[in-house]
Design a protein around this ligand. Structure first.
Ligand code: CP3
Length: 346
């Protein structure tokens, strides 16, 4: 029964004796079976749009490790592509997109009603997964938050300081806000379709929220999250939502209450003690082991994993990394982390 899945119990506010666990980027290049399926697909985007193979790579870490959740295999940049942006990945460098610097670039984008034509294979992946996942595994859907997606759409690539997006915000605020608005509306429809296809929870990745300060954080990270969450909860009452305003620092305080999120995901720039006292007091938190431990392993991994489990043990907690696992991680360290989290399981 759905309500017995451990992740859904934690999201509903239950304190479990052993926290459920999954891992950001759990399907990825550190796994040989992922690399083999990706080679079979041809390239990363072909893998994202091939429902059978995308479902296969989503299932690989579940088979290998028995995580409590599977996260849909896709990418936050499929939404810009569905809105008409050009998108390609340069091996060893990352994503490239057409840029938005002026009104004419924005005018070329498609209306939100057109996105499903491109995104339909993703919904098919969700349908396959909801049939094939073990009954105890929660299926998590996701999208990028508007600010983070906008930083890529505006700059045409990943940027260390999100400079081009900040520049557009300062120089042409109506255009910047129009971009955010289009992404917000597309994200509501995209996540809604994932839920209809079988996602049991959705996560909003705001990877660059930390570069928004003061009023900008409120207007461009918090407010869009609040709107998306309200719209999804109106259409799908009870659907749990995880928000990840990465590197928000003090912005994590009250974020769940202000946005209506059921859980806030924490990066590893905050200590678990601080987060337990300031964030977990409002409900479920997820995190926050540094992903570097998946490369280095050993006693430090064990000690830090125990430390995080202990610090969050008084409230609802989902164990995870503070950011995605990296390609140079050792799959055996992932097993060591899981064994450590579950060592006292009763
Ligand atoms: O977590 C999961 O396993 C689910 C799948 C998933 C991917 N990307 C697969 C992926 C999720 C949830 C994402 C989110 C995502 N994508 C974010 C937000 C989270 C974060 O990491 O901050 C961002 C910013 C992106 C955009 C993106 N996609 C970048 C910048 C890159 C290149 C960097 C890199 O790691 O190579 C990607 C590619 C990408 N997305 C890969 C995977 C497994 C690697 C692609 C490959 O196989 O070559």
């Amino acid at each position: 029964m759905a309500e017995q899945k451990k992740i859904l119990r934690a999201l509903a506010g239950e304190t479990l004796s052993t926290p459920p666990i999954w891992m950001m980027r759990q399907a990825g290049r550190y796994l040989p079976e992922y690399r083999a399926t990706r080679a079979q697909a041809g390239d990363f985007l072909s893998l994202c749009y091939n429902p059978e193979l995308a479902a296969e790579v989503t299932l690989q870490p579940i088979r290998r490790y028995g995580f409590d959740a599977a996260i849909l295999f896709a990418d936050i940049l499929l939404v810009p592509q569905a809105l008409g942006a050009d998108l390609w990945f340069v091996t060893g460098e990352g994503p490239r997109l057409s840029t938005i610097t002026q009104q004419a670039d924005f005018d070329k984008l498609k209306p939100v009603s057109d996105i499903h034509e491109v995104l339909n294979p993703v919904y098919e992946t969700v349908r396959i997964l909801s049939r094939e996942l073990p009954s105890e595994t929660t299926l998590i859907g996701f999208a990028g938050a508007p600010w983070t997606v906008a930083t890529y759409m505006i700059a045409g690539r990943g940027t260390p300081d999100q400079g081009p997006a900040h520049a557009l915000k300062d120089e042409n605020r109506p255009l910047f806000e129009a971009v955010l608005e289009r992404i917000t509306e597309a994200t509501i429809d995209y996540l809604s379709m994932q839920i209809e296809a079988g996602a049991e929870c959705v996560k909003l990745f705001d990877s660059w929220a930390g570069s928004l300060k003061g009023e900008d954080f409120t207007k461009y990270a918090l407010e869009p999250a609040k709107r998306i969450i309200a719209a999804l909860k109106a259409r799908h009452p009870g659907i749990p939502i995880i928000a990840f305003p990465r590197e928000a620092g003090d912005g994590y305080i009250g974020f769940a209450k202000a946005t209506g999120a059921d859980c806030v995901a924490l990066d590893n720039s905050v200590t678990p003690e601080w987060a337990a006292a300031n964030v977990q007091v409002d409900g479920c938190v997820q995190g926050n082991l540094a992903s570097s431990h998946m490369v280095t392993g050993g006693q430090a991994l064990v000690d830090e994993t125990r430390h995080i489990v202990e610090a969050f043990s008084k409230g609802p907690h989902i164990f995870n990394l503070g950011h995605g696992i990296t390609p140079d991680a050792d799959p055996e360290n992932v097993q060591l982390m899981i064994d450590t989290v579950r060592e006292n399981r009763t």
